[in-house]
Ligand binder design. Structure first.
Ligand code: ADP
Ligand code: MG
Length: 390
């Protein structure tokens, strides 16, 4: 780790020059959601954890109010803007993910200084592990640290979510920024998307590894399908609101109430609602079971979550189904499911440490044989949220 930071420092100095001022290293992790999928926009529960792959930012204060940034992901490009004028979004530029947090911190009344910064990832970009939130939260941490300020994790998360909406133009929920800013080592976060309250549950590294496998499938229609799912959830809410005006979201509807309305709801709306309502219950139960270290029970809930996403919510694809099915044939795997919005992306598995190698080998070879693609595999424990690393 120290040698990676030393290497980053020397890359920083070769781009921005050497001075006596100290260079700080900020780290911001990626994240994976263990359970609670498509529940966030229904005021439900999610259970993400911060992962070992991360974004590292070498940064140094500047006194002229300018922000100058480079990234090893975009070699040779330098982005520049100033904190003394309104920070504009720039069409098609990766710097929007840095411009946004800077602008939102200033808007929130936090006085900043300029900075030079070099970004480097061990976290893959655009793979569904939220490099976007890591960049945003890391940028906010860097600017706060260099200007001698601080803010609590949930404030940083809310500012960075706003930055993603307004500067990256991605209408994301709060989960990613919340876990990247506020994750705890050795724990997953049970996050209530209605009131943003958080509870932490143990993911003991002596008992568990989390294995993430990227199907390498990207679906073009994701945006439209996502919007359609949201409309179907809203149609469900509208139905229950008629008889009970206090219903604000599917969070307020029980499975019994849904069963009672089966004849009145279009079949597809019924199934979409059934996924969301049962998924919220599964997420709460998974947190209880993790607390008690009942890993088999947690694993069963993950598999049920996958089946519900596949059959009721219809957001899986054959590649994800296959990876989950194959993962479950390996001894020592408690559970597996697709993670993220669906139509491609990753699966996540909860695994005994001793089973990791067998699982990785099995999935790589069977998936390659069936789909002709080499899946990227990440093995991780639960890490801490973003902060100063050095
Ligand atoms: P994900 O969050 O799943 O990784 P997104 O599409 O939401 O994927 O975000 C990826 C975007 O984040 C990239 O297109 C880029 O603009 C920005 N980004 C991520 N990592 C870096 C990096 N190291 N340097 C510069 N920009 C980055
Ligand atoms: Mg993202």
């Amino acid at each position: 780790m120290d040698s990676a930071y030393a290497e980053l420092r020397s890359q920083f100095e070769s781009i921005f020059g050497k001075t006596d001022d100290s260079v700080r290293i900020i780290r911001a992790p990626g994240r994976v959601n263990l359970i609670g999928e498509h529940t966030d926009y229904n005021d439900g529960l999610v259970m993400p954890m911060a992962i070992e792959p991360e974004v590292r930012i070498a940064c140094r204060a500047r006194s002229d109010g300018r922000i100058s940034i480079a990234s090893t992901a975009f070699p040779g490009e330098l982005a520049n803007f100033s904190i003394s004028e309104k920070i504009q979004r720039q069409e098609k530029s990766w710097s929007n993910y840095m411009r946004g947090p800077a602008a939102e911190l200033i808007e929130a009344g936090i006085p900043l200084v300029g900075m030079d910064a070099l970004y480097a990832n061990t976290l893959p970009v655009g793979s569904g592990l939220s490099s976007s939130a890591a960049i945003e939260v890391g940028t906010a941490q860097a600017l706060l640290t260099l200007s001698g300020n601080s803010a609590d994790a949930s404030r940083i998360a809310v500012l960075c979510q706003k930055a993603e909406h307004e500067y990256a133009l991605v209408p994301c929920g709060i989960m990613d920024q919340m876990i990247v800013a506020g994750g705890q080592a050795g724990r997953a976060m049970l996050l209530d998307c209605r009131d943003l309250s958080r509870q932490f549950v143990p993911i003991e590294s002596r008992d568990l590894r989390v294995v993430i496998v990227n199907s390498m499938v990207h679906h073009e229609l994701t945006g439209g399908e996502y919007a359609r799912r949201r409309q179907q959830c809203e149609a469900g809410v509208a139905h229950f609101k008629k008889s009970n005006p206090s219903v604000r979201a599917l969070r307020d509807v029980t499975i019994e109430q849904l069963q009672g309305a089966k004849e009145q709801l279009p079949q597809i709306v019924f199934r979409r609602c059934r996924h969301v309502i049962t998924e919220i219950t599964r997420t709460a139960k998974a947190a209880e079971h993790l607390q008690s270290r009942y890993y088999h029970e947690v694993g069963d809930l993950m598999v049920q979550s996958h089946q519900s996403l596949r059959d009721d919510y219809e957001v899986s694809v054959p590649e994800l189904d296959y990876l989950v099915e194959q993962a479950m044939t390996v001894k020592g795997v408690y559970g597996a499911r697709m993670t993220g919005g669906g139509f491609g992306g990753c699966i996540v598995a909860l695994v005994q440490p001793a089973a990791v190698e067998t699982l990785a080998g099995h999935l790589s070879s069977t998936y390659q044989k069936k789909f002709g693609k080499n899946p990227a595999v990440y093995v991780t424990t639960a890490t801490a949220g973003a902060g100063v690393a050095d």
